[in-house]
Design a protein around this ligand. Sequence first.
Ligand code: PLP
Length: 328
Amino acid sequence: MTMVVTLQDIEAARRRIAGHVLRTPLMPSHALSRCAGAAVYVKLENRQRTGSFKLRGATNALLCLDEKARSCGLVTASTGNHGRAVGQAAKTMGARATVCLSALVPANKVEAIRSLGADIRIVGHSQDDAMREVERLVREEGMRFIPPFDDAGVIAGQGTLGLEVFDDLPEVASVLVPLSGGGLAAGVAAAVKARQPAAKIIGVSMERGAAMAASLAAGRPVDVQEMETLADSLGGGIGLDNRLTFPMCRALLDEVILLSEEEIAAGIRHAAKVEGETVEGAGAVGIAALLSGKARPVGPTVIVVSGGNIDPAVHRTIIDDPNVEAAP
Ligand SMILES: *Cc1c(COP(=O)(O)O)cnc(C)c1O
């Protein structure tokens, strides 16, 4: 297939968002390297502004709009981090943002979005419910929709993370990347494989409601039931009318790994106790895939630690009790 988002698009995004986002560190992990029998590095997007990589895609998408489009007001649906990123980017650019969230979104994420001055709407119990409110606001109030993943500007923005990985580790052989709607995986895979075609890109999701994994297995976008999971940022469908991330993930991902709640909890715990990083469930799945033995990467390996916005009380419970009932 011809890639819809090219290396040139991702390089243009990097120039566009420079100054708005941090270039996050790529750190060697001795413990994970020992565990894998290969050199393992963690790309720390939990230290990104707003606490996740989502600021990259949201900032690029907003900067691709002209002033007039931005002045209509921006609207999105989110499991939390994309909404916060849109809220931050809109605030920086002096635009108004409305974020539609389902009741599954954790309170800490709702508060963080509210504190950026965004207008919050809590609707229903799934991403689909939140999306229906977005469609209404676009139709009735003329707002501009900033999609959470299935958008060329968003994918190119997330891909800037892949450019940084290659610049820091040109010999990268495997990348473990959290997988939900696939904007992150598609962007990172497009960037890394353009520079290092032999690199393997491995998507990691939770067993509870992995829509992209089910869609890749079915050969077309399918619905899965959304469930509560420690990896709350990985919840939600990929859209039955998915245009970009499904074909890109199908073409570019070499493997998809699914994890239990206990395995994800172990990843969060390792990140805190051994790596000294506060990481949310979705951000810990790459570490968890390696610790569980389900990922067997070869050669220099990068784990994308995608975010750190975990509810502090949940974090404490997981760290304190290794036998904690993991599903919230
Ligand atoms: C959104 C998100 C993901 C998944 O990104 P997609 O582009 O939807 O696949 C992973 N980790 C965190 C922390 C996120 O916020």
